[in-house]
Design a protein around this ligand. Sequence first.
Ligand code: SAM
Length: 217
Amino acid sequence: MEEPAASKPTVRKRAEEIKPFQCKHLIAVIENPTDVKNIGTVIRNVNALGVEKVYVVDPRRSLPDDWQDLRERKSVSKTSVSAVKWTFVKRFDSTDDCFDHLERKGFKSIVTSPHVKGKRCIFLHEGDFTEHSKLAVWFGSEALGISDRAVERSEMCVSIPMFGMIESLNLGTSSGIVLYEVAKQRREYQSRFRLRKRRGERKTPLPTVIMPNHQTS
Ligand SMILES: C[S@@+](CC[C@H](N)C(=O)[O-])C[C@H]1O[C@@H](n2cnc3c(N)ncnc32)[C@H](O)[C@@H]1O
């Protein structure tokens, strides 16, 4: 017999429960992705890790302009395991369009790469990702990586240390690793401080985890 679909009150309850754990003003940007599976994986990671939004630089116009239309795109919905239903995704025609939009809204950007790029480059574990109140984290394309233009317009480049023979991690995988660290730091910050620059410290920090459901079998 088919399992009953999650009832609406259950979905609403979960939506309320996760709200305080969302990282405010944190956006993941994917630049020129070519594989829909990677787009789906990034959306899934963003949703699972409590990141606010996904922006996609999509000069080939492979995605629809409207989020509602994107939610109905089967390939994206399937590869994101429906996370696209719950995560806001916006597309841009070019890297500069996306930077212009982010900068107008007061966002600072950091890029990610397995290589040393730009003026400032750090390893993931060295970073303080709470420094900017509005932050966009950029991931490059599968074949070409992050563009020189994105490096030029960003604050710094972040690398996940690697110890193998291969040149890079997969786009979806690296987004999970980087966003986990960035979101964890920002959630901890939000739990302790109400305002920027470590002001408005709460007497009792808010919780930073939701206990997973206990499974009996
Ligand atoms: C498959 S990689 C791109 C490989 C490409 N040949 C290059 O030179 O960057 C796709 C994206 O995943 C991210 N990525 C992969 N490995 C990474 C690492 N070790 N550290 C940080 N980001 C990484 C970057 O955003 C990269 O642009």
